[in-house]
Design a protein around this ligand. Sequence first.
Ligand code: SF4
Length: 415
Amino acid sequence: MPEEKKVQLKRLNSSKVLGKFMAEYYYELDNAAKTGEKKIAWCTSVGPAEILRALGFLVYFPETHSAMLGSSRMATDLIPKANAVGYSPDICSYLTADIGAYLAKVSPLATIFKGIEGPPKPDVLVFNTNQCRDVQDWFNFYGEEYKVPVVGIHSYVGVQDVTESHVASISKQMKAMIPLLEEVSGKKFDEDKFKEAVALSRECSDLWKDVLDSASAKPSPLTFFDGTTLMGAAVVGRGTKKANDAYRELIAELKDRIANKEGAIENERFRIYWDGMPVWGRLSMHAKLFAGLDTNVLASTYCNSWIFSALDPDDPFDSMARAYTELFIVRADDPKEKYIKDMLNFFKVDGIIYHDAKTCPNNSNCRYGMPQRLEKETGIPSLTLNGDLNDLRLVSDEQMKTNVEAFIEQLEERK
Ligand code: SF4
């Protein structure tokens, strides 16, 4: 068994810039909710934010609140409150933690940001089922509670190739939402503002891609665990200039690290690719566990989910429809496997970890033979970790640690 090391995690200085961006984002929402100066739309994390920005909405993403409930380890105690009103413990623990927090009238926002009591009240809720059906049920709950309209895009799942008919259908659904959104916002849909939002989103996506691609350097200047918090601005800020400015500072720091051959961990011997969601309540523990084994988990299917390279301001509706359907989570196993193979190569990976998140089958890719098929094709070994994104009752720390240590020993033997 490898000897346990004391590990000090290295922080990126620019994480403060991203932290400031997130604080300003939540204060702006809170102020709008209190003064009524701007309308607020709630949107799913890969929903049509650009349309909402064009109509002057401030956009709030409940999934980021759920991730905070996870990382603050509040989620586990709140989930039973949602179970008690009919939401099963087996469904998305983002949903159950968030609804549980609403019922208990608590929020990590209140602890982190002085003066904010909780999420801003919505004027409208907008979902896209491209990631899962849970988001629709989640938003319908709040639509009932707040007595505001819920509108959504019903997307495809298990998509092999994204075709023109997929694009046409999603594009049509997006256009069909606009009259209702105009009514709620009290503003006419402005095509120029829409194009501008799509252009800013595309820029954000390109910058975020540069951030994540920096992990292909040896040693990698970035870890997956850094990425899960740094990505906040790509989730909530795409379509705004401020998010892009924050990422430029981060990229400059990552480039410095690469030029100085400074790794995100002290002694990078093994490079791991992570498939699926993080365990939010164990981010720091996992970062230390891997760093202590001279292993960098440096890239993931998860953080890459906010890269939308198809976005094109000259063709805003269709390119958005394409970008939000080309996503990894929407695709069939064949394109998913091809994508992962490309990533293993690009990031020069020694092993893959699949997180089988009990309450998110949509973002767990190890249940239908993918690890075995990919290992056969690439020769790169894998490990499946059973756990969950938010419900820590489904996570065994000891078992995870033992499995990870044994996996790294296996990689050691192969060196
Ligand atoms: S993709 Fe998974 S974690 Fe995200 S909302 Fe859907 S079920 Fe929840």
